[in-house]
Design a protein around this ligand. Structure first.
Ligand SMILES: Cc1cc2nc3c(=O)[nH]c(=O)nc-3n(C[C@H](O)[C@H](O)[C@H](O)COP(=O)(O)OP(=O)(O)OC[C@H]3O[C@@H](n4cnc5c(N)ncnc54)[C@H](O)[C@@H]3O)c2cc1C
Length: 413
């Protein structure tokens, strides 16, 4: 291949899942120019979902989920700069500067810098034994401390906190989950489903404390306990903080781009700056599946937005997106979510929440606005079809376990 001129170079900043997928999708879409990807982590680009699951329990290594190998880079003509942090962007001259002082020219820029774990703003948060879980290194450091009998406290009852709780409990640790909200998974599921998840954790010996506020983390060199706002204490050998993530949009802000916990993008992953795109956790969608201003931290979003950016760069139209999809694995079970649950939605159950498998539909009138599936992943495709088509389905049919869900597509078409 002849060396392309700078007019034909895509620079991808951030070599995580979305960045690596964008590089591959560009070649799929027919991009002939150069592709350079700069990422601050030393590892090859990898997927993060196993970090809180199989990597913690020791049944997988972070490298098992590599997205782009050296061989892929050679095959697809992708120049991967590992351990290279981009420190500033000059949108006028289409140039990025690295922390080591190098300058990288581009014709198209893709911001794929992901998100970072939110830290606890309180005394003791810097003590040894207090962790967040975002990178392969974090996961290996946490894994090192998850010894049988260790007292492990999860701060935050969101997905990552609960996955770590499940992994730690399965390794024989004494686990406590501390959640400030009234129920677990406060932002993403309805109280009924949260209660089912809480029962699951309690049945495996996890001490779940909701509505609990931490005052400080105590210890001298290493963490010893959490002091709660009500004066009580929870003894801890290790504390993992999982209280959400913030978009790594500092580069975009520094370059004067409009941001609001995320770089604003359209359905083609285009930002408001010409020739600049944003993908994955760092991007905030202006509109996505009927919702405005959403930022998704999910495997699926990283995949789909990578394709969208590549298509935009080569001048192809964006493909329609369906209901957002997310999954989590806890205690050998699998919970999948479609759409945006809202506490105002009525919940229609198909099966009992105490059974091994169930579906819960969040309905708005006769339309399915969101769905949660417990060990029922095989139903996802059919439900997504109903949701994406906006088909009205009577609650009585949704709840009827004698009617296969795929039949509802025929009934309602
Ligand atoms: C522990 C964990 C478990 C998860 N489990 C699930 C799950 O079960 N299901 C699901 O759907 N999703 C899950 N997710 C979410 C999913 O992994 C993310 O949405 C996905 O990784 C987003 O990809 P990304 O490329 O946008 O960000 P990342 O994968 O975070 O990649 C961004 C990269 O950019 C780099 N970077 C940042 N700033 C710079 C800079 N200035 N210069 C150079 N490089 C930079 C970062 O170091 C990082 O390597 C999980 C996430 C975590 C952390």
């Amino acid at each position: 291949m002849a060396t392309p001129s700078v007019q034909e170079r895509v620079l991808i900043v951030g070599a995580g899942q979305a960045g690596a997928r964008t590089a591959l999708a560009l070649r799929d879409a027919g991009w002939q120019g150069a592709i350079v990807m700069a990422g601050e982590e030393p590892e090859l680009p990898y997927e993060r979902p196993p970090l809180s699951k199989a990597v913690l329990t020791g049944s997988a290594q972070p490298g098992d989920a590599t997205v782009l190998s050296e061989a892929d880079c050679g095959l697809h003509g992708i120049e991967l700069l590992r351990g290279e942090t981009v420190s500033a962007l000059d949108l006028v001259h289409r140039q990025a500067r690295t922390a080591r002082g190098a300058r990288l020219d581009y014709s198209h820029l893709v911001i794929a810098t992901g998100s970072r774990a939110r830290e606890l703003p309180m005394a003791g948060a810097q003590l040894d034994g207090v962790f967040v879980l975002r990178t392969a290194r974090d996961a290996l450091a946490v894994r090192d401390r998850l010894k049988h009998g260790a007292r492990v406290v999860l701060v935050g009852g969101g997905f990552i906190g609960l996955e770590v709780a499940a992994s730690a409990a399965s390794m024989g640790c004494e686990v406590t989950v501390v959640e400030a909200h009234r129920h677990l998974l406060g932002r993403v599921v309805t109280p009924t489903i949260a209660a089912a998840v809480e029962r699951l954790h309690r049945s495996h010996g996890v001490d779940v404390r909701t509505g609990a506020r931490i005052d400080s983390i105590e210890g001298v060199d290493a963490v010893r306990r959490l002091r709660m706002a009500d004066g009580s204490a929870i003894e801890a050998d290790i504390v993992i903080v999982g209280i959400g993530a913030l978009a790594n949009d500092g580069l975009a802000i520094g370059a004067g781009m409009p941001c609001g916990d995320g770089v604003l993008v359209d359905e083609g992953a285009r930002t408001r700056a010409e020739g600049v795109y944003a993908v994955g956790d760092v991007a905030r969608h202006q509109t996505l599946w009927g919702a405005h201003g959403v930022r998704l931290e999910s495997w699926e979003n990283a995949e789909l937005q990578a394709t969208a950016a590549a298509r935009s760069i080569v001048g192809k139209p964006a493909e329609a997106r369906g209901a957002p999809w997310f999954w989590t694995d806890q205690f050998g079970g699998n919970l999948q979510m479609l759409g945006y649950p809202d506490p105002r939605h009525e919940v229609v159950l198909r099966g009992s929440l105490d059974a091994d498998s169930w579906c819960a539909f969040m309905v708005d009138g006769e339309r399915i606005a969101a769905a949660c599936l417990w060990n029922a992943g095989r139903e996802r495709r059919g439900i997504a079809q109903l949701m994406n088509a906006g088909r009205p389905v009577p609650a009585s049919l949704l709840a009827d376990r004698e009617r296969p869900l795929r039949d509802l597509l025929k009934v309602t078409s």
